[in-house]
Design a protein. Sequence first.
Length: 144
Amino acid sequence: MTAIPAPERLAAVDARQAETILVVEDEDGVRDMAAEILRMAGYNVLEARDGMEALGVVGRGPGPIHVLVTDVIMPVMNGRELAKRLTVLLPGLKVLYMSGYVADVLAREAIDEAEAAFLPKPFTPAALVARVKELLMNEEKERA
């Protein structure tokens, strides 16, 4: 597993930031690392091993969820199906897909690369934080 850099090495986070990110990944090490990176960047983070567990997390109503970071290929329910279900339950939810099989996954899962936020694995801590910040900044622009 890649060592996680000290928080000061990640992109600076506004002190008022309290966005919640749901990380859904079936590989424990990847999920744990992504969640820790996002926590170190100042986000509230919820975790789930698969789509069904993620639906349960959302169903327990921990508050608003701003970004779903999900692996595309998972057992039980793939990331695209999860995103479709959650965006119905949580209008305005931003989705960041991640996968180690970029071209094959995008084609097979019918994910439009131009419309979808995508992060190829392996990724750096800075790349993950930057993509999440980008999605949140786009949300603020849409509301303005």
